[in-house]
Design a protein around this ligand. Structure first.
Ligand code: AMP
Length: 544
């Protein structure tokens, strides 16, 4: 027997319809790429998104066609997403921080027909355009007054282009399982892989992201999505905020501590989300200028492990709740979030920080398991490490143009992360499966050692890699970038760590460098470090 409820496909443009009908005047305030602050609201975002859809259709975009965006978080980028999806197209966020060859590769692989770009990236695209034969037109997201002279094919200023439409358009009625968006993962090896979100997965993921133990955003929230729309689907916030009617503050191109603080303070932001590096910048700015954060209630921190020092400062010095989160492009991207369940809510001080250092628990819509190399499920005891696998309606089943599913026999996706899960369902990443250090048949977590090392007041950044050892196979080498103007000795570093981790996890050596290489999304590039230190001889190796 079938249920007798209406068939109401879960389509992304319904989100902006809802925002424009039920929260029409809610502000969307952006730091424009041109400089000045720009203010609009959901009613106007929808009106202009309809024009984008109309204009794209006139330009020949048909359901399923990909439209690339190389753009910061602004109202124009938001309109573009809804306009692209609204005519049945697929928004393809291109991460401009990728290497030039990768950008070329993914635009060609996605077969993007139109590229919408911010002013910032016009010079970059001019250099690459010769290698992008399938792109028919470039739309520069600015007005006529700021439009540069450019040789980009059929280039037009977004505002002039929009003015040619009247917005008399009805959203394309597509299937909820049709593609809505695309984002390539910037793997550290091989070519990037295209992750394709559907309307349905985006809508369900947005509901998941809004839940109280997830991001907890509502119509009373003022949301500052610092995480770029080109990084892992903006962690859902470009869809979740209009879905709940939250005000949006869009930071544009300026993500330094002073600029972020200015927005937090001026617009009384209550919630924000970003990677740890951004928060480092903000906390330094606050400390140097003796500033406070009276309006901010909560921040979600993820993308890489959140050092407890950040959590502690936010909570103790600024009364801001930290929710450590883990996810990946392939998961739309939310996987786990670190809100405290009643079992942990009473904890204080270091005990609380230890739970918050975990990446958190899965919301409804994410199922997790950990397995050994033979695919045997491992216990949720908080100690046993295993490959982390996930299943859910917003988790990838296959990559673009790769026909085979990437799931195990039970439909789980292998995240490539290694983790423990405790009895209350809190997952803790101990490593990437490629980065885990295999010492005498046991696994050592490089991330745990890194977290400890960055807690040293003189350390700016730290990385741990496994280096060949004749007896133990691999042993940890700690690579440290001291803070500007500081010097640290090896003894000081090891002394600081002594007693805080298992003895056999202690690095066999410490080396100091000026800089650690990063991927385009700001993660430590372990492959490059392993290459750099491939002939490194540990003092313990010489002795054995
Ligand atoms: P991306 O798809 O670029 O967002 O990268 C996803 C990967 O980033 C995950 O598989 C993890 O290895 C890593 N990652 C994301 N969030 C965290 C976190 N909170 N702690 C540790 N690693 C993380």
């Amino acid at each position: 027997m079938l249920g007798l409820m209406q068939d109401w496909p879960l389509l992304c443009h319904r989100i902006i319809d809802h925002a424009a009908t039920d929260h029409p005047g809610r502000p969307v305030i952006s730091r424009s790429v041109e400089g000045p602050i720009h203010t609009t609201n959901y009613a106007n975002v929808r009106k202009r998104a309809l024009r984008v859809a109309q204009q794209l259709e006139r330009a020949g975009i048909r359901p399923g066609d990909r439209v690339a965006t190389l753009a910061w978080n602004t109202w124009r980028h938001l309109e573009a997403w809804y306009g692209i999806m609204g005519c049945g197209g697929v928004y393809h966020t291109v991460n401009p921080r990728l290497f030039a060859e990768q950008i070329v590769w993914i635009i060609n692989h996605a077969e993007d027909r139109i590229v919408m770009t911010d002013l910032t990236f016009v010079p970059l695209l001019e250099k690459l355009a010769d290698k992008l034969p399938k792109v028919e037109r470039y739309i520069v997201m600015t007005d006529a007054a700021n439009m540069p002279a450019t040789a980009l094919k059929n280039a037009v200023a977004y505002e002039s282009w929009l003015a040619e439409g009247d917005g008399d358009y009805t959203w394309k009625r597509v299937d909820e399982n049709d593609a809505a968006g695309m984002c390539y993962t910037s793997g550290t090896t091989g070519n990037p892989k295209g992750v394709v979100y559907s309307h349905r997965s985006n809508v369900l993921h947005s509901m998941m992201a809004a839940m109280p133990d997830a991001m907890n955003v509502s119509a009373r929230s003022v949301v500052l999505p610092i995480v770029p729309m080109f990084h892992a689907n903006c962690w859902g916030l470009a869809l979740t905020s209009p879905m709940v009617g939250a005000a949006m503050i869009m930071p544009g191109a300026k993500l330094d501590g002073a600029s972020v603080y200015e927005l937090l303070d001026t617009y009384k932001v209550t919630f924000s989300a970003a990677v740890p590096t951004v928060w480092f910048g903000l906390l330094q700015h606050l400390e140097a200028n003796n500033l406070k954060l009276p309006h901010l209630d909560k921040v979600t921190i993820g993308g890489s492990a959140c050092p407890p020092a950040i959590t502690q400062k936010f909570q103790d010095n600024y009364n801001v709740e930290v929710c450590h989160a883990w996810g990946m492009t392939e998961m739309s991207p939310l996987g786990t979030l670190g809100s405290l369940k009643p079992e942990y809510a009473h904890l204080k001080g270091d005990e609380r920080l230890a739970i918050q250092a975990k990446q958190g628990a899965a919301p409804f819509g994410v199922e997790m398991k950990i397995t050994d190399d033979k695919d045997k499920e491992l216990p949720w005891d908080g100690k046993t490490f295993g490959r982390l696998k996930v299943r859910g309606p917003a988790v990838t089943r296959a990559y673009f143009k790769e026909d085979h599913a990437v799931l195990d026999g039970d439909g789980y996706f292998d995240t490539g992360d290694v983790a423990t899960i405790d009895p209350h369902g809190y997952m803790q990443i101990t490593d990437r499966s490629k980065d885990v250090i295999k010492s005498g048949g046991e696994w050592i977590s490089s991330i745990d050692i890194e977290n400890l090392a960055v807690g040293h007041p003189k350390v700016a950044e730290a990385a741990v890699i496994g280096v060949h050892h004749p007896k133990w196979d691999e042993r940890p080498l700690l690579i440290v970038v001291p803070k500007k103007g500081q010097t640290i000795t090896q003894d000081e570093m090891l002394g600081f760590m002594q007693g805080k981790i298992a003895k056999w996890w202690m690095p066999d050596d410490v080396t100091f460098v000026e800089e650690i290489p990063h991927t385009a999304t700001g993660k430590i590039l372990k492959t490059a470090l392993r290459e750099q230190f491939k002939d490194y001889v540990l003092p313990t190796a010489k002795a054995s």
